[in-house]
Write a protein that binds this ligand. Structure first.
Ligand code: C5P
Length: 235
């Protein structure tokens, strides 16, 4: 079935930002729109995959045929990711997970103090969700792991480092400093990198995808991913 090359595959995708509460009315977060993750979910469903979309708070409609699970904090996203990864063939970490959360969430609204101009927050590291999935599901049950690297400089070098350090099978790198691309935009360009020992001694395979809509970029990323997956299955 050429039009549905992902038929039979279960794909779990994280998307959007996470929100880390400080007190009942405040949180730390970031500008992720979730558009790239949602485009990937829509494209994967169109290619015939069963898709689980673990979504942080975004204002996007659920793509048709996609199972959406809403979460708020990184810890909630991690819990859902660990559970769904165990039943997935492919895991794509597209979420902009907050690196830190408040060490203590205040039960009541934090009040301004009259006698000090400073407020100190103590933050603790959140779990690196994709790295944990890549690590814990080692063996036959480990999904094919795809990460994203949004960078503002030295894109390829930082992406290579993330690919190796997080134990991923493929990374999608993009330069978010380019005008009109990346965060919040409808268009994006990407550099795909994956470990490959065979290509004339090259340690990495690479494919550059030019600036295009996030919808067509999502399909191009999945095309490459399915090729890699086929090759991984063959070896
Ligand atoms: O934030 P960073 O650049 O390290 O993100 C790279 C990749 O790791 C992305 O795929 C992102 O979704 C994932 N990530 C994660 N959990 C984190 C931080 C990042 O899954 N706490």
């Amino acid at each position: 079935d050429e039009a549905r090359p992902a038929k039979g595959l279960t794909v779990t995708i994280t998307a959007g930002p996470t929100r880390e509460p400080l007190d009942p009315v405040r949180y730390l977060s970031n500008h992720s729109s979730g558009k790239m993750g949602y485009a990937l979910a829509e494209a994967a469903a169109a290619l015939g995959a069963t898709v689980h979309l673990i979504s942080g708070p975004v204002s996007l409609a659920t793509p048709s045929g996609v199972n959406r699970l809403d979460v708020t904090s990184a810890n909630e996203m991690a819990e859902a990711a660990y559970r769904l990864a165990a039943q997935s063939d492919v895991f794509i970490g597209c979420a902009a997970v907050a690196d830190y959360r408040a060490a203590n969430v205040s039960e009541h609204k934090i009040k301004k103090t009259a006698n000090s101009d400073e407020l100190k927050l103590t933050l603790v590291k959140n779990p690196d969700i994709i790295a944990e999935v890549a690590k814990h599901r080692a063996g036959a049950l480990r999904p094919f792991m795809v990460g994203f690297a949004a960078e503002t400089r030295d894109v390829e070098a930082y992406a290579r480092d993330k690919l190796t350090r997080k134990g991923l099978d493929m990374i999608v790198a993009n330069d978010v400093s380019l005008a009109g691309l990346g965060f919040g935009a409808d268009h994006n360009a990407a550099l795909l990198l994956w470990p490959s020992a065979d290509e004339a001694g090259q340690a990495l395979g690479r494919r550059a995808l030019p600036a295009q809509s996030k919808a067509t970029l999502a399909t191009a990323i999945l095309d490459c991913l399915l090729e890699r997956l086929e090759q991984a299955d063959a070896t």
